[in-house]
Design a protein around this ligand. Structure first.
Ligand code: MSP
Length: 593
């Protein structure tokens, strides 16, 4: 006899999985029905994006960083509904040589450039539905105070000294480079110019007396931290890469520049001839946001998750934790690392003229559509290539046809004339296939569907924990396909509400499909908030029934009452997601007439 339980489905692999899912049908009605909450989930959580340079307008790579953080944060809110428990910061990185030079090149005062571009980031994030709770600009007075205080702590702890720094500096990447990381490439005039081996950006030789941070003292503490917490940096290959870097000697780090060379920054306290290194300045933003140096910051630190691109891993996984340890604080809880978007196989750059404007994409593909595309296609471990055709194909097939079509099939007046959540008939679909009696209509594939959707929230939560949001979306999409197969198999349009034989089964088919849709809508909220809202509203799911704690899938199947049975569907009957190829054809037509 086939017993449908998540336990069976996943097999007896690994004690922790087992304990979470063993008695699924009972857990389903416990205070943590999906086993997606753990101790850390009950604690506060603080998510951060990198703060963005204001030397140029935002592009889709920047939006991607912010979207990943937004989706993680929104998923956390679904697990721990109390809004007070979550904080999410983003902002702009406005000091440093790069900005100073960009302003000079644009003939603007640095503050003008900062105001202009920071406003563009703020507007983009508003339009893209980024649910940040804080936006920080490093030119704010609160930040200058926090940075200078942090500097004072490092100084008081004997971690800063004055010394001669001589070496390469890359203004575009705002970093110092050893000789081994510099190569020569022909410049515009054909002469060989020194450039960073990694980024290809020009570097220049610098020789100055600066303040130096005793970074070398922190090699072993950093190794201990990373070896003791294998998930500190996720995905694993990035964790491994940082440990590899730490195998090599860790030189001390110059943390200031001569003010005559770099004036656009925060002065070293008590020494106006020096400006604080922009990366030290920028990293402290994560503390400024939570009120540092006032004691209130301690309730948010170190329950912090930094979301960053792979190019800034060294700064976040070596410099930042070392600075924090130096200041007597703990390293961040998690560093989630993602790879980059390329365009038609090439790195995005202003000079190549291939920068993709995210606002045009939001307009063209809709906010939820473009959010879905970036998060469904972006893989943290590898770079991804962007081209428009791919967006249309994906959104049409997964959102317009598969999900929108499924909703339409189960709610259309023709098939569901009462406009309600129909009743589930246990005789037609008993909780175990062995119990199927004369009125039983469910088949083995239907039980497989119920199992797949029952375990989906846990699967999705695991993918979020591993920073594999695209896998979470892949899993949802696969269940949407399976549900469409279920509807297709039982063809409710061929069943008759008037027939006493057909009616209970017809109601059951629609009930199961609507329950699946309720799970999909709930799980899609972090990625496509408006579309999910539309879907859940159409199903009549109220605002207080949309958290993971409330997601009791198909309760009647497990012998429990279902609050949705008999409930009126929401009044909004419009298209869930517009077909893009069609709307583009319509646009072209409209243009011609
Ligand atoms: N200002 C620093 C971060 C300081 S955080 C204390 C910085 N800014 S940035 O504007 O250059 O980059 C911000 C984020 O955008 C980084 O996470 C970076 O990886 C990401 N991306 C920049 N280009 C990208 C792509 N082409 N694709 C994906 N993400 C990209 O670094």
């Amino acid at each position: 006899m086939l017993r449908i339980s998540a336990f069976r489905l996943l097999g007896r692999t690994g004690a922790s999985r087992l304990s979470l899912l063993e008695d699924f049908s009972l857990r389903h009605y416990s205070s943590d029905p999906l086993g997606v909450r753990d101790d850390t989930r009950d604690a506060r959580a603080y998510f951060t994006t990198p703060i963005f340079y204001v030397n140029a307008a935002p592009h889709i790579g920047h939006l991607y960083s912010a979207l990943l953080a937004d989706a993680l944060c929104r998923h956390h809110r679904l697990r721990v509904p109390s809004a007070a428990a979550t904080r999410f910061s983003t902002g702009t990185d406005e000091h440093g040589l790069k900005i100073q030079q960009a302003a000079a090149a644009a003939g603007l005062a640095p503050s003008e450039l900062c105001d202009r571009v920071s406003a563009q980031f703020q507007q983009l994030f508003r339009e893209a539905d980024i649910s940040s709770t804080d936006f920080i600009r490093t030119t704010e007075a609160r930040h200058r105070m926090a940075v200078q205080h942090f500097w004072g702590v490092l100084e008081a702890r004997g971690l800063l000294y004055k010394g001669l720094y001589e070496g390469w500096y890359c203004a575009s990447d705002e970093c110092f480079l050893p000789e081994a990381k510099v190569t020569r490439q022909p410049g515009p005039s054909g002469d060989l110019c020194p450039v960073s081996l990694e980024s290809g950006h020009p570097v220049s030789w610098t020789k100055e007396e600066n303040y130096i941070f005793r970074l070398s003292q922190f090699r072993e503490p950093l190794q201990r931290w990373l070896r003791g917490d294998p998930q500190a940096i996720t995905p694993e290959p990035f964790h491994h890469a940082v440990l590899q870097w730490l195998e090599e000697e860790l030189p001390d780090l110059s943390v200031s520049r001569r003010s005559s060379h770099l004036h656009w920054g925060i002065p070293v306290p008590g020494d106006d001839s020096q400006t604080i290194y922009v990366w030290l300045d920028a990293l402290v933003n994560y503390l400024t946001v939570i009120g540092y140096p006032n004691a209130e910051f301690k309730s948010w630190w170190p329950t912090t998750s930094h979301i960053i691109g792979k190019d800034i891993l060294k700064f976040h996984a070596i410099y930042w934790p070392a600075l924090l340890l130096g200041a007597g604080m703990s390293p961040p809880h998690r560093i989630y690392v993602h790879s980059h978007w390329t365009v038609c196989g090439q790195k995005m750059s202003k000079s190549l003229g291939n920068v993709v404007d995210p606002r045009t994409c939001l307009d063209r593909y809709t906010v939820d559509g473009f959010r879905y595309f970036l998060l469904r296609q972006g893989v943290p471990n590898w770079d991804c290539d962007y081209y428009g055709e791919k967006v249309v194909k994906l959104l049409d097939s997964e959102l317009a046809f598969a999900l929108g079509g499924l909703l339409n099939r189960c709610t259309a007046n023709r098939i569901n004339p009462s406009g309600t959540y129909p009743a589930f008939c246990t005789a037609c679909f008993p909780s175990e296939p062995g119990l199927v009696g004369p009125s039983g209509r469910a088949q083995a594939e239907d039980y497989a569907l119920v199992s797949a959707v029952a375990t989906l929230p846990k699967q999705v939560a695991d993918h979020y924990d591993n920073f594999q949001i695209y896998k979470a979306l892949e899993a949802v999409s696969s269940c949407v396909r399976q549900t469409n197969g279920f509807v297709q198999r039982h063809a409710p349009w061929k069943l008759n509400w008037e027939s006493p034989v057909d009616a209970p089964w017809l109601g059951t088919v629609l009930h199961v499909a609507l329950e699946c849709l309720r799970v999909f809508g709930t799980l899609l909220q972090p990625v496509t908030p408006s579309l999910a809202d539309k879907l859940l509203s159409r199903l009549g799911v109220s605002a207080t029934e949309r958290g993971l704690g409330e997601l009791h899938f198909l309760p009647r199947f497990y012998g429990h009452p279902c609050p949705f049975e008999g409930r009126r569907l929401g009044p909004e009957t419009g298209v869930l997601f517009p077909r893009l190829d069609q709307s583009r054809a319509w646009l072209v037509k409209a243009h011609k007439t």
